[in-house]
Ligand binder design. Structure first.
Ligand SMILES: Nc1ncnc2c1ncn2[C@@H]1O[C@H](COP(=O)(O)OP(=O)(O)OP(=O)(O)O)[C@@H](O)[C@H]1O
Length: 269
């Protein structure tokens, strides 16, 4: 469990971003962080990574307090993938890029080679290991950022708007990768504005509003309350909107929607 206990944070005096928040995040799941623009989603992830420090309260990973630890200690447990991969890529080859964090974390050469290879294979980039990172497509760059984080062998991966600017195919590849990594035991914290992705992929959702955790629970429970969803500054996912229009049970994924529609048709035949 990742726990935030009574956490308050402000960038400047009298301008709190978080006022005494408490949350528990299951580190086995895909947990989405949502909320209006500027509510503090990225700030929350930076607090978790130790790049910012709360003025009050503490953050714990299981029994270890991490909010008083330097970022390199936290990076052994939690990987962070920035919104814009160009901010993260600076080595001369794909392999060197992925090997950067393991080197910084002091892994042995043997360990490093093992995790870098595994990370590049998992993200589909092993064949491009000698390429220059800057020559890759946006989708490949994003997956290289993920590979670089995975090579440190973390328990949790934070993805900040990972699909922004990507075309439909790249988006599908990335979401499939995220699911595969989670199925293999990696916890995912996903910052997203995309309610379709959230509905289809997140096990839980945390919504930030008015300096507080305004909602923490399942996407199904959230989207079944349309009024609350709108009040929190979110939109209904397309599948939920169609379920409501068709007056059928709420569906969170296209597959679920298809099954409910066909089941209804069979019943009426
Ligand atoms: N380094 C900083 N110094 C001062 N204020 C900041 C800093 N970074 C962010 N802020 C402010 O803190 C608030 C929360 O920002 P944050 O980026 O965490 O929100 P967000 O929910 O991730 O936004 P978005 O949805 O637009 O990505 C915003 O009002 C932002 O302007």
């Amino acid at each position: 469990m990742l726990k935030l206990e009574n956490v308050s944070f402000a960038y400047a005096i009298n301008n709190k971003i978080f006022d005494d928040i408490n949350i528990e995040i299951d580190t086995q799941e895909i947990v989405a962080i949502a909320g209006r623009n500027g509510t503090g989603k990225t700030t929350l992830t930076r607090l978790i990574m130790g790049l910012l420090h709360p003025q009050a309260g503490r953050i714990k990973l299981d029994e270890m307090v991490i909010s008083d630890k330097p970022p390199y200690i936290i990076a052994k447990n939690i990987g962070y993938v920035f919104q814009n991969p160009d901010h993260q890529l600076f080595a001369s080859t794909v392999y060197e890029e992925a090997a950067y964090a393991p080197k910084q974390l002091g892994m042995t050469e043997e360990e490093r080679d093992k995790y870098v290879k595994q990370a590049l294979i998992n993200t589909g980039l092993w064949d491009k290991k000698d390429f220059m990172p800057q020559t890759l497509s946006l989708g490949d760059k994003q997956r290289l950022s993920i590979a670089s984080a995975l090579a440190a062998n973390p328990r949790i991966l934070i993805l900040d708007e990972p699909t922004s600017g990507q075309d439909c195919r790249e988006r599908t590849v990335l979401l499939r990768l995220m699911r595969k990594l989670n199925n293999n035991g990696l916890g995912i914290i996903l910052v997203t504005h995309d309610m379709d992705i959230l509905a289809e992929h997140a096990h839980k959702v945390v919504v930030i509003a008015d300096k507080q955790i305004a909602y923490a629970g399942t996407p199904r429970e959230l989207f079944s309350d349309e009024k609350k969803t709108i009040e929190l500054g979110l939109e209904l996912p397309e599948t939920v909107r169609i379920s409501k229009e068709m007056e059928i049970e709420l569906s969170l994924t296209p597959q679920e929607l298809y099954e409910k529609i066909t089941a209804g048709r069979k019943k009426n035949a």
